[in-house]
Design a protein. Structure first.
Length: 72
């Protein structure tokens, strides 16, 4: 299991959900690319825990909006 950091690349306002550039979360995942595996479930859950934001509803579960870095 690896530790990842997901960061919002650019500000976005969709479906009454505001994402600001630089918002980030740390999370662990068993997958090498957690954003494209399993619908980005690990990333979506991490943003929901920290910010109460549903990335699926904001249509932001993609490499266009979220940058994933492997921490360890």
């Amino acid at each position: 299991m690896a530790l990842f950091k997901a960061t919002v690349k650019t500000a976005k306002w969709t479906n009454n959900i505001r994402l600001e550039k630089g918002m980030s979360v740390d999370f662990s995942s068993n997958y090498p690319n957690p954003l494209s595996t399993n619908g980005g479930k690990d990333v979506v859950e991490a943003f929901m825990r920290k910010y109460g934001i549903d990335l699926n509803k904001a249509s932001a579960v993609s490499d266009s909006w979220i940058k994933i870095e492997k921490v360890s």
